[in-house]
Design a protein around this ligand. Sequence first.
Ligand code: NAP
Length: 250
Amino acid sequence: MDSEPVAIVTGSSRGIGAATAKLLARKGYRICVNYRSDEAAARAVVGELASSGAGAIAVQADVSQEDGVMRLFEAVDKELGPLTALVNNAGMLLPQMRVENMDASRINQILATNVTGAFLCCREAVKRMSTTHGGQGGSIVNVSSAAARTGSPGEYVDYAASKGAIDTLTRGLSLEVAAEGIRVNCVRPGFIYTDMHVDGGEPERVDRLADSIPMRRGGSPEEVAHAIAWLLSDEASYVNGTFIDVAGGR
Ligand code: NAP
């Protein structure tokens, strides 16, 4: 059996996910680059990983859809081998808005991607990794946000609440599977330079808020990727159910 670790990084066609996929590939993982809509970007990431010698595939799947998640994990079973690591990174936000103006469709869209998607991916990972199911164990890192602590008033409380749910998922699942060879941890990025802020309606948001950050600057996707990679690794072998804030002290 191939002994290289195998990782799924959800939402890795750009931003923090792409930086994580590239770092894990340098560390010897075989990688599944999952994406929702931007096939060209996902293929470009896979091309970069392949040119550096890493085994990599791109799989389109909307993580909020159960059949898509099943397809994603089955593709990895077939093409990369036994899963050892999952990074639940796929996430979204919508244009800034006060709660009093949010409709159910918007709130459900955020929760379906950010919460249901993470749950479904955790479920499929546990089925494959848990020693009670004949697996070899593994490691899961969920990508939450400092917004889970701040609540993002006036911007996107729906998004912040979805990240609060990710923190609780991390804590609960980590205890549920701790004796089955699986560690579950979480990173909470602060203001990071990615295109997510374009989707939020304010491309320059990180620069606007930089002075409110104790370190007086936004973070890079690579700085978040290093925390994710460490939590996944054997160097963190006794770290479970915990959180690393990558937020410049915020
Ligand atoms: P990003 O640049 O907007 O990238 C999002 C990625 O997720 C893209 O690859 C996108 O794929 C994918 N995606 C979105 N919805 C998906 C779905 N339903 N199914 C599968 N893939 C989906 O975001 P980012 O800034 O790198 O953020 C990554 C994670 O970090 C998110 O969970 C975010 O909440 C969290 N975070 C970010 C910041 C920040 O300041 N940037 C701060 C705190 C936390 P397509 O492009 O193909 O649709």
